[in-house]
Design a protein around this ligand. Structure first.
Ligand SMILES: Cc1c2[nH]c(c1CCC(=O)O)Cc1[nH]c(c(CCC(=O)O)c1C)Cc1[nH]c(c(CCC(=O)O)c1C)Cc1[nH]c(c(C)c1CCC(=O)O)C2
Length: 388
């Protein structure tokens, strides 16, 4: 990438070598690097553990904050986002990572779409993209610093609040998953609006995916320069696509993101960070093989949902990629004994599979989990993921 290209991306305030070095210098040293070591492929002494949606509605202290602040107000107010990120870290000393409190849908917002979070429905986008003429409604040049600078501020604040206890993960949604929300207008069972774009308007769908990817890449760079120590891209609706569609539509913009992030960081003399791809449901062996070579995709770790066996996955993909996951989220409803038995069984399996392993659930923690069961789950992972 040339220097003019670097100057032309929209995060000038952060895209400055001196600036990020100053920010980095202001952070306390990291005391627990287990996650970062596992993300480099090390078979660590035990698996680092964190949980998707660990700052969420199962925590009474989270619900307390939500009583007086709307969901997006929480995301957009750095002091609140930072306080929510720290809640699970303060409660559970056994967590090995924090993830910044925000949402994948801030990208469609930055692109000009209205996104509401409705208590009983989840996300609602009242003006979905129904055909290519609707693309004109999206902002052409998204100023990521201006639209999403609150997230960068929240990250810098959180690094200070963490005081080096654990690393901080930044994230974004994958282009396909974001496109699905933008075309459906919210969640969907059939994905008929978003998937029909792939059949009716394949070229325009690719253009849309690429535009989303460009915003995502700058959002990730901004998060790293503000202090994120690892990144994750959430492709929650990957499993809705055929293996062909995944390869044709979803993967190219994902590769564009990882390459763009790496090349901007390199141009800023930044050492770079590990990136995880969580492609939920993308479990066809051919897809797993396709997304498991970091030299091709730029993703160092693959997040797995709970429907696959890590030993089988290792057979398909070898050890060049690290794996993350994949405990069944409903194990947290299994009671103390049930949790212990399953974590012991699954951890034995994971250790047999070998390679870098970051323990996590196979999807987000759900609202009815009892906080003490989450604590017990973490104790069990610490105990049973130990390598002899
Ligand atoms: C698909 C998706 C979204 N958001 C996200 C994804 C990808 C992961 C996944 O598949 O679950 C990612 C996300 N959303 C949230 C985080 C915060 C960090 C964390 O602790 O993991 C992260 C990483 C907070 C949140 N995002 C949301 C909540 C709960 C809403 C609330 O507080 O009212 C939280 C804590 C809302 C949200 N946001 C989204 C949905 C579908 C919902 C409603 C879901 C529900 O009702 O459980 C979109």
């Amino acid at each position: 990438m040339t220097s003019t290209e670097i100057q032309s991306h929209s995060i000038p305030k952060l895209a400055n070598v001196e600036h990020w070095r100053e920010v980095e210098k202001s952070f306390p040293p990291l005391k627990n690097d287990l996650l970062l070591r596992a993300a480099k492929g090390e078979e660590t002494e035990r698996a680092p553990v964190w949980v998707m949606r660990q700052a969420g509605r199962y925590l009474p202290e989270f619900l307390e904050v939500r009583k007086s602040h709307s969901f997006f107000e929480c995301c957009q107010t750095p002091s609140i986002a930072s306080a929510l990120t720290l809640q699970p870290i303060d409660r559970y000393s056994l967590l090995d990572a924090s993830i910044i409190f925000c949402d994948i849908l801030v990208v469609p917002q930055a692109m000009g779409m209205t996104v509401l979070m409705e208590p009983s429905k989840g996300p609602v986008l009242p003006q979905p993209l129904l055909s290519p003429s609707d693309l004109d409604r999206l902002n052409k040049n998204v100023d990521v610093q201006k639209e999403l600078g609150y997230l960068f501020e929240a990250i810098t604040l959180t690094r200070k609040g963490l005081n080096g206890r654990v690393p901080l993960i930044g994230f974004c949604g994958a282009p396909w998953t974001l496109m699905a929300y933008m075309c459906e207008g919210g969640g969907s069972k059939t994905f008929e609006r978003s998937k029909s774009w792939l059949y009716k308007y394949p070229e325009e769908a690719k253009q849309l995916l690429r535009r989303i990817a460009d915003v995502c890449a700058e959002l990730l760079v901004g998060q790293v320069l503000a202090g994120a120590q690892m990144l994750q891209v959430f492709d929650s609706w990957a499993g809705e696509l055929t293996p062909y569609q995944y390869k044709e539509f979803a993967l190219p913009p994902l590769i564009h993101i990882s390459h763009k992030v790496k090349s901007i960081l390199k141009s800023l003399d930044h050492p770079g960070v590990a990136i995880t791809l969580f492609a939920k449901g993308a479990n066809a062996p051919s897809t797993l093989r396709l997304i498991s070579d970091p030299n091709v995709t730029g993703y160092d770790t693959l997040g797995l949902d709970w429907t696959v066996d890590p030993i089988e996955v290792r057979e398909y993909v070898g050890k060049k990629v690290n794996l993350q996951g994949n405990f069944d989220p409903t194990v947290l409803y299994g009671g103390k004994e049930g949790i212990e038995k399953e974590i012991q069984r699954a951890s034995t399996n994971w250790k047999k599979a070998g390679g870098g392993w970051i323990a996590n659930l196979g999807h987000g923690i759900t609202p009815n989990v009892k906080p003490e069961d989450m604590g017990w789950f973490l104790e069990c992972v610490h105990k049973y993921s130990k390598r002899d």
